[in-house]
Each structure stands twice: as structure tokens, then as C-alpha cells.
Design a protein around this ligand. Structure first.
Ligand SMILES: [Zn+2]
Length: 441
């Protein structure tokens, strides 16, 4: 028998379809997968097994952040007072910073982001940015799981278009052979950075590698206005016409959408990503999550960049999402706490095409899990309170004590095991100073 890890836990929140909760539960892990999960006495340990006592903890699936730009930590706090949800705000701040950055700067900032994600309970994230190969290396070293979308920007330059397509193709081929990291295609936003010809080539590439698209969509009405003027239809109608909707899509924000748009989404593997803090801090409302969910559109959760959100803490985002959705609808029943947790676990997994592998703690699934220390300040009292409510609204990701991906520990007792955080921070600060120097600040 291969070496096993046997975890005994105060509570196991499985996030299976029935939302099963195992008090005094256990999880057995073999070869990176869950071989048993249940309540009561754990299977007896054999020689060589690792036994982990988490009786004082809640164990649950690792959190899935469906929209991030991990190298952008280098500019955290440097876009204050600017809305990044408008082209004007975006082009005059972030794009300007990015024009002075180089590929080498992406490494340390991504390392810092990985550390922060592990520390706050994220085990899998979807990234969309330039420097995909740098992100790949840091994610691989950190032991996290990720779907990295190769960000293609064309800006009308034919030579650059061909080079970017070739680079994206190489990147997707590299990821096809990796177990934990998947490659997707990431046009920043349609009708802005990408010509129609390029979009068609990106669709063909996604189909070739059975990948999806990770995009920004409907942050403001600018895409709809553009499509109405140039094509006489809405942005999502034009996307349908081009065949984009035939591949899975993570569509960050999806705020300015109409009821017919939502009906159209429901016919395709279209996953709106709610990034509530980034939306609110950019001065925009929430997506119509209630209407989307009623139309059977699966809405998932992400942090977006840490210039507008400022944190990768997905538990904080869950709470913010719940409050924003309820406030938008003026209806306290608009979303339940357990549905918020589902958005960041099993539904996130579905959006990434990984529902058979991750997103819940069930026999046969990969062992991607986290533990939260129930003795931390903020949980009490324990008199039948709903764990989902406590997760979404009472505690933060800094209650996470343990993290495991593919059966490998990334953090134990709040100590990071795969990432040298201090070293990454030192290097990122040097990069930030160099960026500011180049900009003449
Ligand atoms: Zn974004």
C-alpha cells in the first residue's frame, strides 16, 4: 500500500452536491487523491502513513479565484482614486505602468501573489496577463494549481500579432503536458486590443488545445456602444456571431448586460466572474447575479488585480459579494452564504472545466484542501451556527492554517512551505523602485 495521509478534522465541509458536513470527520489521501472521507473514527494508520491532527480545525476544499492578474502586485496601491473599469482610467494608469515594465519584473510579484493566495486559502486560480511563461514558473514552484491565459495584445501591429500567436501556441503546448497548470487564451477585451481576424485565430487555438477564453467583459457599456456603432448589435451578439461562445469563457465583471444577453449566456459555457471589491472601488455596481443565477448561468468569484481590490483574500471577497448582491437587489434572500462558498469552490471548478477533479472533498477527487483554525478570534460562539455564514461574513483568509494541492502540503500551521515570501517581497520592492525610476517618479 502506498504512503497515505490521514487527516482527522473537527469539521469537514465537503461542498459536495448535498452540502454534506462531517463533524469529527476524516480524510484519507493516497497518490494525491482522496481515497476516503467521512465522519467518526478514521481508518487505522499503517506504518509510513502521515497522520495529521486537525481536530481544532474546519477542513474544506481549497478556494478557487477565477479572475486574477498575479504580476500586478508590483503596482498595488498605485492606482488609487482611478477607475480601472473605464478605458480612460485603464489606459492612463495601468497601461502606462505596464509600458515601463519588463518580463523580469513579473517573477517576484507573481511569487508574492502566490504566497498571499496560499496564506489566505486559495489553491487554484485563473490568471490573465502578459508574461504567461513567468507566471507558469512561479506557480509551478509554489505548487499551486492554475489556469493561465496567455494575454494577447495586438494594437494593429501585424508583426507583433504573428509573434504573439506563435508564443501563445508554444505556451499552450507547454501547459498541455503539465498536470497542475492549464493554458488558456486571454484577449484582454474584445474590440479593444484584438482585431476580428486575431479573435478568429484565437478561437481556433483554443479549440486546438481544448482551452477556454479568459476575458474582461461588459465592465462599462463601452463594448456595447462600439458594437452597436460598428456591427449594429450588442457585444455578446457579436461574440456569438464570431463563434467565441463555442469555447468556455470566464468573463470578468459582466456588469452591463441586458436580460436578452443573460438568456444568450445561458445557452453557452459562459461563466461571469464577480469581482465585487474591484467593481465597487472602480465606482461600478455588481453584475445582475440574481437574474443570472435564475437563468441558470453559473456565476463565479474572483479578486481581479490588487490595484483595485488590494487583496487576494477570497473569504473577504465572498462576504463582499454577498453584501453587494443583497444590497443591489434590496433582498436579504438574494443569495445564501453557502452559495457564496460554492461560487468559490465547486462552481469555480466547473467554470475551469475541472469539476470532476477539484472543488469538493469527495472520494476520487484530487486532494486540494485547506484547514481553518477554529480557535482563531472571530469564530465564536459554536452553538449551532452556520459554518458557511461564518466563512463568508465572520472570518478572513488569515484563519487558514493549512493548505494542500495534489496531496502536497503548501502550508502547515500558517507556515509557507513552498514559497520564500520575504525573498520575493525584497525582490519585488527592488522592481517597484526601478519601475518608478523609469517613469521619472
Ligand atoms: Zn481584471
Amino acid at each position: 500500500m502506498s504512503k497515505r495521509t490521514i487527516i482527522t478534522a473537527g469539521v469537514v465541509l465537503t461542498m459536495d452536491a448535498a452540502y454534506s458536513v462531517c463533524k469529527n470527520g476524516y480524510i484519507v489521501i493516497e497518490n494525491g487523491r482522496i481515497s476516503a472521507v467521512g465522519e467518526g473514527e478514521a481508518p487505522r494508520a499503517q506504518e509510513g502513513d502521515e497522520q495529521v491532527n486537525l481536530r481544532g480545525a474546519l477542513v474544506m476544499p481549497g478556494l478557487i479565484n477565477c479572475h486574477a492578474h498575479s504580476p500586478m502586485t508590483i503596482t498595488r496601491g498605485m492606482c488609487e482614486g482611478v477607475s480601472l473599469f473605464t478605458m480612460d482610467g485603464f489606459l492612463n494608469t495601468l497601461r502606462r505602468y505596464e509600458s515601463f515594465e519588463d518580463a523580469a519584473m513579473a517573477s517576484a510579484s507573481t511569487g508574492v501573489s502566490c504566497a498571499e493566495m496560499i496564506r489566505t486559502g486559495t489553491t487554484c486560480f485563473a490568471d490573465q496577463y502578459f508574461y504567461a511563461d513567468k507566471i507558469f514558473t512561479e506557480v509551478d514552484n509554489a505548487g499551486l494549481r492554475a489556469v493561465i491565459a496567455y494575454g494577447i495584445v495586438e494594437l494593429g501591429d501585424e508583426k507583433r500579432r504573428l509573434q504573439e500567436l506563435a508564443n501563445a501556441d508554444s505556451f499552450l503546448r507547454l501547459c498541455a503536458e503539465h498536470g497542475r497548470i492549464k493554458g488558456w487564451v486571454g484577449p484582454h477585451a474584445f474590440f479593444v486590443d484584438n482585431s476580428l481576424d486575431l479573435i478568429r485565430e484565437e478561437i481556433a487555438m483554443a479549440k486546438k488545445y481544448q482551452a477556454g477564453f479568459h476575458i474582461h467583459f461588459a465592465t462599462s457599456n463601452e463594448e456595447n456602444d462600439y458594437c452597436a456603432e460598428h456591427f449594429g448589435c450588442s457585444a455578446i451578439e457579436k461574440m456569438e456571431d464570431l463563434g467565441i461562445l463555442e469555447v468556455p469563457i470566464l468573463a470578468a465583471h459582466s456588469i452591463t448586460v441586458s436580460d436578452p444577453d443573460i438568456k444568450r449566456m445561458a445557452r453557452y459555457p459562459f461563466y461571469p466572474v464577480l469581482a465585487p471589491s474591484a467593481a465597487m472601488r472602480s465606482g461600478f455596481p455588481a453584475a445582475p447575479v440574481k437574474a443570472m443565477r435564475e437563468a441558470d448561468v453559473t456565476v463565479v468569484l474572483g479578486t481581479d488585480n490588487v490595484c483595485n481590490c488590494n487583496t487576494y483574500d477570497m473569504l473577504a471577497e465572498m462576504g463582499t459579494a454577498g453584501k453587494l448582491i443583497i444590497h443591489r437587489e434590496q433582498d436579504v434572500k438574494a443569495i445564501k452564504a453557502r452559495e457564496l462558498v460554492s461560487m468559490a469552490t465547486r462552481q469555480g471548478a466547473a467554470a475551469l472545466g475541472m469539476e470532476a477533479e477539484i472543488g469538493s472533498l469527495e472520494k476520487g477527487k484530487k486532494a486540494d484542501l485547506i484547514a481553518l483554525d477554529l480557535s482563531d478570534i472571530g469564530w465564536a460562539p459554536f452553538c449551532g451556527q452556520d459554518y458557511y455564514t461564518q466563512l463568508a461574513y465572520s472570518v478572513s483568509g488569515y484563519s487558514v492554517s493549512h493548505s494542500m494541492v495534489d496531496g502536497n502540503w503548501l502550508m502547515k500551521d500558517k507556515k509557507l512551505l513552498t514559497v520564500d515570501y520575504e525573498n520575493y517581497v525584497r525582490r519585488m520592492e527592488e522592481d517597484t523602485r526601478e519601475l518608478l525610476r523609469r517613469m521619472g517618479s
